[in-house]
Design a protein around this ligand. Structure first.
Ligand SMILES: Nc1ncnc2c1ncn2[C@@H]1O[C@H](COP(=O)(O)OP(=O)(O)OP(=O)(O)O)[C@@H](O)[C@H]1O
Length: 449
């Protein structure tokens, strides 16, 4: 595996070849340039960690390259190679912010150790940057994953056991059951927590773009590919890559992913050489993966590779006992966030939540609770704070549980007027009655206020 990327700038071909051989033997990846112009282009393309650069170049002085890097705040260090006895150049080199200068011919044994030191500095800076980004972001942890149903407890336990290993994890569950939250918590509890958690939804991106997003490309791989581009496989190096909706990944890319899982290698679009990466893969799907395999849409070998820890996240409707637990949790969160003194739920409110089928699972419940807290007028959440689709279940009874037609009509009118935010004309339209009829009925049922 490469220990970093070096850009070697030297116009003397023989010296350049020799240096390249020595540096490559140490495990570094080396790009070459013979003049400043070419070096600047390669730096712009990105991915260079350390530059080893001759001071005397046909189109200028290597020190200019140090200034170029500093001005653009590129994350690279420069080691300059100066001619023997050229003290002014050496002084200028250090003043400009070069990592070090080495005298050609005299300091040959110092080249490799200094390259390692410069690389260490760059990688440390990159790590600090990662950590700073991490502090700004907020990944879920296992403590935030709530739920008391046996299924979810088991899922949490298995995920926590899998977390410290580097083993791939496959999360199965309907939309909104918490797959991404689990993936984040696994990353958070792993040895990779200080590095990136990179997520991609395979269904949201077209097949061709998905390949270059995941694996990156070489400049010139296709029209418009002016610069090298790192893919997420590289971006997530030493971190975790979360592949959401993996069931949607085209079969050709599944083969490339299998190779990454087996050898930690992949080939960028337009490249011939493999690139190494060190990532942990967490994949998720809401599809029936065994059916996908049977129908030839998903590679069986990839499934077995991912299947080391398969965690099933049950739909909310199958763990009814968790509905009040989640509701109370989200109520507290949103009450705190909005500063509203909401602190309870009526039994009718809970009954309504329990009879809903929650196709959107926890995500839907979370949204419903946020809305309920916003529209609540008192400290207790009551059914009228719920959206119509939650309150009106096919075949479900009305909230009051009444059989009296007049009571049902009264309740229905009340809901619709509230749904129309008090706009009577809109409510009458929705009810399919005239405005005057609506007013009459509201008076009759004492709803005018
Ligand atoms: N066990 C849980 N405890 C607390 N919050 C949860 C839990 N599970 C899910 N959530 C919340 O529900 C929402 C949806 O979760 P998430 O995005 O992880 O679902 P998903 O299964 O990845 O959905 P999709 O398949 O649509 O991407 C998030 O806001 C998350 O915070």
């Amino acid at each position: 595996m490469t220990t970093g990327n070096i850009l070697l700038v030297e116009d003397e071909e023989k010296v350049r070849h020799l240096l390249k051989r020595i540096i490559t033997l140490e495990g570094f990846a080396v790009q070459e340039g013979a003049h400043l112009k070419g070096a600047r282009r390669l730096l712009e393309e990105g991915g260079v960690d350390v530059v080893l650069c001759d001071v005397m170049l046909p189109d200028g002085n290597g020190i200019d390259l140090v200034n170029y890097i500093r001005e653009r705040q590129l994350p690279a260090e420069v080691i300059l190679l100066t001619a023997y006895g050229n003290i002014p150049d050496s002084v200028r080199a250090i003043k400009s912010g070069a990592f070090d200068y080495l005298t050609k011919g005299n300091d040959n044994t110092r080249i490799i150790p200094q390259l390692f030191r410069a690389m260490e500095k760059v990688q440390l800076q990159q790590r600090i940057q990662h950590l700073e980004t991490r502090i700004g972001s907020n990944y879920a942890s296992f403590q935030e994953i709530i739920g008391t149903a046996p299924d979810i407890k088991m899922a949490r336990q298995l995920a926590a056991q899998a977390a410290p290993s580097d083993a791939p994890v496959l999360l199965l569950g309907e939309t909104g059951t918490g797959k991404e939250m689990f993936a984040q918590a696994i990353h958070h509890a792993s040895g990779r927590a200080a590095r990136d958690f990179v997520a991609i939804n395979c269904s949201a991106i077209g097949k061709d773009i998905l390949e270059s997003e995941l694996f990156g490309y070489k400049a010139g791989a296709f029209t418009g590919a002016a610069k090298n581009k790192k893919g997420l496989m590289e971006e997530a190096h030493q971190g975790t890559l979360f592949l959401d909706e993996i069931g949607e990944m085209p079969i050709a890319l599944q083969a490339k992913l299998l190779r990454v899982l087996e050898s930690g290698e992949f080939i960028k679009v337009g490249d011939t050489k493999p690139t190494k990466t060190d990532i942990r893969i967490i994949a998720a799907t809401n599809r029936d993966i065994t059916r996908e395999i049977a129908e030839g849409h998903f590679r069986e070998d990839l499934f077995y590779r991912l299947n080391m820890f398969t965690i099933l996240l049950p739909p909310l409707r199958d763990r009814q006992e968790d509905i009040p637990v989640f509701a109370a949790y989200f109520m507290q969160c949103f009450a705190r966030r909005s500063g509203k003194a909401v602190n309870g739920m009526s039994s009718e409110f809970i009954a309504q939540l329990k009879q809903h089928d929650w196709r959107g699972n926890i995500r839907e419940l979370k949204n419903v609770m946020e809305r309920a807290v916003i529209v609540a007028n008192g400290p207790e959440l009551t059914p009228d704070t719920l959206p119509l689709e939650v309150r009106w279940q096919k075949g479900a009874r009305h909230t009051s549980g009444t059989f009296d037609l007049a009571d049902v009509e009264r309740e229905h009118i009340q809901w619709v007027v509230r749904y129309a935010a008090g706009n009577k004309a809109k409510a009458a339209r929705l009810l399919n009655i005239g405005l005057s009829t609506l007013y009459r009925k509201m008076e009759e049922y004492n709803l005018v206020k």
